[in-house]
Design a protein around this ligand. Structure first.
Ligand code: ZN
Ligand code: ZN
Length: 386
């Protein structure tokens, strides 16, 4: 009886403790094994799904089947960090077979057929197409996307039109990769695409909390990215490198691995460890690899948000996260009397000035003189809301 009372007291104690672990549902990030390229899937505590990049073309079949295992129904958001083939190779197939509600990319123009083709498919299939434009009311704060139960995705870069794209860098497409931080309780994940040293230096000039429990290492562990000052700001407990076995680029490089070691990050590599799954309960992240010496689960503790100088926000405006229904890409003036356009094969129609149309490769389109005639055959697109 005394024992039972003690047990009860202990249970009550735990129930009343301020620790969040017991009450938070898990958030999972899968660093998918796509060979030489990037693809990571976020499944939020409420089941919102975000795919960040879609690997190289060689991996598209295995990528689609893995995503189908992990996701029911269309993805809530696809982020293409930048328009390179090792990040977009499986994207069209994922969009056409799994489906997607929203698509975000940097909006950085890149003259490749593969990228144009992705934009065509996006124009036809995605409900909403967007770039990470900072909220007009809080231009200094990153665009913030709520994924449920406090899980938030903040986009640090790029910041067009508040700031221009980086130019004349080692690779401007890489340098303008979308850099995003996913925060859940005291834990966080930083996704850097193929960010270059110029991106890292630019980010460090703006005070934000870049600290992260888990870092998706930039540019597959290339030698120039992951500079010491940037890693010092991120201070990752765990670092995941997405790269292919015996790749032609020598990824990951000794230089990047050494710098990660210097900040005490434990490294996982998809070439060696296969898919890496990271599960957060809001306090700790448990990382488990599909194979290799890292297959045993490793638990790392989130350190919470660090004190950073507050970002200047206009008084009286809210800078809380926007829920996943985010603003459409670019301005879409509500002028009356404009025409409406549908791309070949698409079920939706757009305003004639919609950015999605400008970015689509296909010139085969149907033009409607007014909204009523468009409505008879198609439904309004979610990006320009015609
Ligand atoms: Zn890459
Ligand atoms: Zn790249």
């Amino acid at each position: 009886m005394a024992f039972a009372r003690l047990l009860l007291a202990l249970l009550l104690l735990f129930a009343a403790s301020p620790g969040q672990a017991a009450s938070l549902r898990p958030l999972s990030v899968y660093f998918l094994d796509v060979g030489q390229g990037d693809a990571a899937l976020v499944v939020s505590p409420t089941g919102k799904t975000v795919l960040i990049d879609a690997g190289p073309p060689e991996a598209q079949i295995s990528l689609v089947s893995r995503v189908k295992q992990l996701v029911n129904g269309p993805l809530d958001l696809i982020i293409l960090t930048h328009p390179h083939l090792d990040h977009l190779g499986g994207m069209s197939r994922v969009i056409q077979t799994v489906g997607v509600r929203r698509f975000m990319d940097p909006g950085f123009d890149h003259p490749s057929d593969a990228y144009r083709k992705v934009l065509d498919v996006v124009g036809q299939e995605a409900g909403q197409v967007m770039t990470p434009t900072p909220n007009a009311a809080t231009p200094d704060a990153p665009l913030s996307i709520g994924l449920g139960e406090g899980a938030t995705l903040s986009i640090f870069w790029p910041r067009v039109p508040q700031e221009p794209f980086l130019k004349n860098t080692r690779s401007d497409a890489n340098s303008n990769s979308i850099v995003a931080k996913l925060t859940y309780g005291d834990t966080s994940f930083l996704f850097t695409g193929d960010a270059e040293p110029e991106t890292e230096a630019r980010l460090l000039r703006q005070p934000q909390d870049y600290s992260a429990t888990v870092l998706k290492v930039a540019h597959h562990g290339g030698r120039y990215s992951s500079t010491a000052p940037f890693l010092e700001a991120v201070r990752p407990q765990a670092a995941v490198i997405s790269c292919g076995a015996r790749n032609d680029y020598g990824h990951p490089t000794r230089e990047a691995l050494d710098r990660l070691g210097q900040v005490g990050a434990r490294v996982w590599r998809t070439d060696r460890d296969g898919e890496v799954r990271a599960v957060s309960d809001g306090e700790r992240v448990t990382l488990t690899a599909a194979r290799g010496s890292a297959a045993a689960p490793v638990v790392v503790r989130g350190l919470g948000a660090r004190a950073v100088p507050p970002v200047d926000t206009p008084r009286g405006t809210k800078s809380g996260p926007v829920e996943i229904s985010v603003e459409p890409r670019g301005p879409s003036p509500r002028g009356e009397g404009g025409r409406f356009v549908s791309l070949k094969g698409s079920k939706v129609f757009h305003r004639e000035d919609c950015a999605t149309l400008k970015r689509a490769k296909t010139q085969e389109r149907t033009v409607y003189p007014d909204r009523a005639s468009a409505m008879k055959e198609r439904r309004p697109s979610e990006d320009c809301k015609p």
